[in-house]
Design a protein around this ligand. Structure first.
Ligand SMILES: [Zn+2]
Length: 346
């Protein structure tokens, strides 16, 4: 039996939701990963130090129930037009590690997103000064959906990187070859997260034959050429690219409907899917750097000191994961994967 032992991974982009859904989806992340950067676009959103502290407490209650003491949530706040430099300072003092910027209207719960980027410059200055990371949902509103990321990556991203040269900036869930090239070309304070699902999906997997709502996410999956460029970046060993699953569960009835939500619930299969991709690329020895080293180093965190085992054995992914009365469809639902991620017990 083939096994691959790697340092426990970190997920630098996850949606854990709230309430019953939080309790139901947390195990997929907390049992495998050492840390996860928790996105703030909940309802209501996480806007301040106080919001982040109470959200962290709610997550920690569930961590305790799971007995997952090794797992540490890394908190974020959402940057909105009312965010001030004082908001940033207070959040940083409360342990918040990143601020997330959503341009207005581009994804789930981004109706209060930012329209006037310039008005936030004092906020970015403060983030730069107190070493808070700026996480970007990198899509330009009002642009054709397939071109939104490229537009953002060629205009806003280089501009921000130039204006704030010491600010660490992460282009989240990169999906295009153009954005990869931009990130590669900018200074080393600019990085990007890569999701497992964007290494597999193209637009064909969303709308090419039958509509597949569980593959619908923002940014939407792009062309085969873009997908191949993402795979090449993931296995490249370039520390600018690291794992952020963007695992984003929505109840079945909000995905399988006439006006479905964007998001792929990939946490339950994240490491297994990555192992398959890296195996196909004959790059398994490079997986650990993507999942367990580059992100931690970018965020200035110590590497995790525990390990997981990826075992090459069949893993039948369920059609749905039941959370109370709610059903959540995981990525690769009802398929059999070739790898299974197991926790090393000491
Ligand atoms: Zn996200």
């Amino acid at each position: 039996m083939t096994t691959l032992r790697i340092r426990r991974p970190d997920d630098f982009h996850v949606h854990l939701r709230q309430g019953e859904i939080l309790a139901g989806v947390l195990p997929a992340t907390a049992l495998t990963f050492g840390r996860a950067l928790v996105m703030p676009n909940t309802l209501p959103p996480i806007l301040t130090a106080a919001d982040a502290v109470s959200y962290r407490q709610a997550i920690c209650v569930e961590i305790a129930k799971l007995g997952a003491d090794h797992f540490h949530p890394l908190m974020t706040i959402k940057l909105v037009s009312s965010t001030t430099p004082q908001t940033i300072l207070a959040a940083r003092a409360a342990g918040v590690v990143a601020g997330k910027l959503y341009p207005e209207g581009v994804t789930t719960n981004s109706e209060d997103g930012v329209r006037d980027l310039e008005a936030l410059y004092p906020v970015f200055e403060q983030m730069q000064a107190c070493e808070m990371v700026l996480c970007l949902h990198g899509e330009s509103p009002g642009v054709f959906c397939m071109d939104r990321e490229q537009h953002f990556a060629l205009s806003v991203l280089p501009f921000l990187a130039g204006c704030f040269p010491k600010l660490r900036i992460v282009l989240e869930h990169v999906t295009t070859a153009a954005a990869l090239r931009t990130v590669e070309s900018l200074h080393d304070k600019v990085a990007a997260t890569v999701t497992p699902h964007h290494l597999l999906l193209t637009l064909d997997d969303v709308v090419g034959d039958k509509l597949q709502p569980h593959h619908f996410c923002k940014p939407i999956a792009k062309t085969p050429q873009d997908r191949d460029a993402l795979i090449a970046a993931a296995v490249s060993g370039n520390p600018k690219f690291f794992l952020g699953t963007d695992s984003a569960p929505h109840p079945r009835d909000q995905k399988e409907c006439a006006s479905g939500c964007a998001g792929v619930f990939c946490a339950p299969v994240a490491m297994e899917v990555l192992a398959e991709v890296f195996e196909q690329q004959e790059a398994l020895p490079k997986l650990e750097a993507l999942t367990s080293e580059f992100g931690a180093r970018f965020y200035g965190l110590p590497l995790n000191d525990s390990y997981v085992q990826l075992v090459r054995e069949p893993y039948a992914v369920p059609q749905y994961i039941e959370v109370g009365d709610t059903q959540l469809a995981p990525f690769r639902a009802a398929t059999v994967l070739n790898w299974l991620c197991q926790i090393e017990t000491s």
